[in-house]
Ligand binder design. Structure first.
Ligand code: GDP
Length: 292
């Protein structure tokens, strides 16, 4: 996961575990290794320096608990600060209210349609029976993709490739599925220009009135994820984020850390093209795995 970033961090942790003494020089060396790994993973430089300063200060000033070795103590500090970097706590998706309306947002190619399939499958496994509404009038293949997927999963789909009015599609879908427990709305990921896309999201959001707007961000774009998330957050109240394509992405660390900064929690991550390559995002479990 996350390509070289995971490997470099695991190596840094191993190196420290093997050190006989953890003095100031050793701490500085480890902090340098971590910095190098994070910068290569496209983590924002300001975040990297804030993180390394915190690790260094705590490693040099906090005393280990009784019976805890100096290296274990520093590893715990690194772990805690890294967890903070990607969002502190897990924020599970909670289905409250009926119908629970989930509106997906994201640029074309971010993995939005694939991720809708993954979330639908995830919800199905939890015993829910979500319905999907396709409002993407710009990419005809999106409807076909959803049609195939929903047939495979035995999930209801509403869409009409002849209808070019996204808001009308959303209204009709809402009416059709008003008795369902969960409705997932797919939206367009591109338009004539970006502003038109954002305007449409604003309008759709006011019609759908989602309980949760989920933004899908491509993990391979690294720290650019920050600006993209900010731009979408202006159109609607983004409740959560899903970062996709973290399988092997060298820039995944950058996407996760900068997105975690914007305030909406990362709830899931995409780790491959297959429907089950999807995980609940739990910062502490994720970082434990990353540090090896
Ligand atoms: P959309 O335009 O946002 O609806 O994007 P799609 O769902 O069509 O996905 C665009 C491409 O990204 C497809 O080739 C997907 O298979 C691929 N994709 C989506 N999620 C992931 C992921 O988590 N990992 C990988 N490796 N590829 C993904």
């Amino acid at each position: 996961m996350l390509g070289n970033l995971g490997r470099s961090l695991t190596d840094a942790m191993k190196k420290m575990a093997g050190m006989a003494v953890i003095d100031k020089k050793a701490v500085k060396e480890i902090v340098k290794d971590i910095q190098r790994a994070l910068i290569q993973g496209d983590v924002n430089i300001k975040l990297v320096f804030e993180l390394s300063k915190k690790i260094e200060d705590r490693a040099l000033n906090e005393k280990p608990d009784k019976g805890v070795t100096a290296s274990k103590h520093v590893i715990t500090i690194v772990y805690e600060e890294m967890v903070n970097l990607v969002g502190k706590e897990a924020h599970p998706l909670e289905i409250t209210g009926k119908p629970y309306k989930i509106m997906f947002l994201g640029l074309q190619g971010s993995g939005k349609t694939t991720t809708i399939g993954k979330l639908a499958r995830y919800l199905q496994k939890k015993g829910f029976n979500p319905a999907i509404v396709s409002t993407d009038t710009w990419r005809p293949a999106a409807y076909e993709q959803l049609k195939q997927l929903t047939e495979e999963l035995h999930i209801s789909l509403y869409g009409d490739p002849e209808n070019k009015d996204a808001v009308d599609l959303a209204k009709k879908g809402l009416e059709k599925f008003k008795n369902q427990k969960i409705i997932i709305f797919d939206t367009a990921g591109r338009h004539k220009d970006e502003q038109d896309l954002f305007d449409e999201m604003k309008e759709l959001s006011s019609v759908v009135n989602p309980n949760e707007a989920i933004l899908v961000i491509d993990g391979t774009i690294g720290q650019q994820a920050h600006d993209q998330a900010k731009a979408f957050a202006k159109t609607t109240d983004v409740g959560s984020i899903i970062v996709t394509k973290l399988d092997g992405s060298a820039k995944g660390g950058g996407a996760l850390s900068t997105v975690a900064e914007i305030g909406a929690p990362i709830k899931f991550i995409g780790t491959g093209e297959k429907i089950d390559n999807f995980e609940v995002f739990d910062p502490s479990r994720f970082i434990s795995r990353l540090l090896g």
